[in-house]
Design a protein around this ligand. Structure first.
Ligand code: NI
Length: 186
């Protein structure tokens, strides 16, 4: 298994729709295992394939207390949503340290395929409902900050871009110092 690199918002690759999975083979099983490992290590409760630069309709999630119930949904579709809505504070592995309240249907029913291609249904409320909708949104190229006001979204974008520049600068400084055999100050 391998840990995959998670794309950071506002990377344009996060805003593109994903294609359905048609081949249920070893490569798919490996990708799903790697996505699970990446999600647990991050740590997060959900991860969609486009977040690791694979534009396929695949999501993994685990909203269990002990983090021992990995759910894998291939080609997931929401087939029922409740009238009742709920506000929930969401975060995303592609937007580190950003948490904002988003309103969504309180309960959803989803149909999806497993890694062998068998269809099944899952119904959830609470965190599971939020997570299912959030991850399925990723497959459409939608990120949770898309539900916020343009002003708020721009502020988040600016903050994340600034952070990214700082990370790159620190990495470059580290490489430079390493080449010269100097110690990097912390
Ligand atoms: Ni996300």
């Amino acid at each position: 298994m391998a840990q995959l690199t998670i794309l950071r918002y506002p990377d344009a690759r996060l805003m593109k729709p994903s294609e359905p999975v048609e081949v249920f083979d070893e490569n798919l099983a490996r990708l799903v295992a790697d996505m699970g490992e990446t999600m647990y290590k991050a740590p997060g409760v959900g991860l969609a394939a486009p977040q690791v630069n694979v534009r396929r309709r695949i999501i993994v999630l685990d909203t269990s207390e002990n983090k021992d119930q990995l759910m894998v949904l291939i080609n997931p579709e929401i087939i029922e949503t409740s009238e009742e809505k709920k506000l929930y504070e969401e975060g995303c592995l592609s937007l580190p340290h950003i948490y904002e309240k988003v309103e969504r249907p309180a309960r959803v029913k989803v149909k999806a395929q497993d890694i062998h291609g068998n269809w099944f249904e899952v119904e959830g409320d609470g965190l599971l409902a939020v997570c299912l909708q959030h991850e399925i949104d990723h497959l459409k190229g939608t990120v949770f900050v898309d539900y916020l006001s343009p002003m708020k979204r721009n502020r988040i974008k600016t903050k994340l871009l600034k952070e990214e520049r700082e990370i790159k600068k620190a990495a470059a400084a580290g490489n430079h110092a390493a080449k010269k055999g100097k110690k990097v100050k912390k």
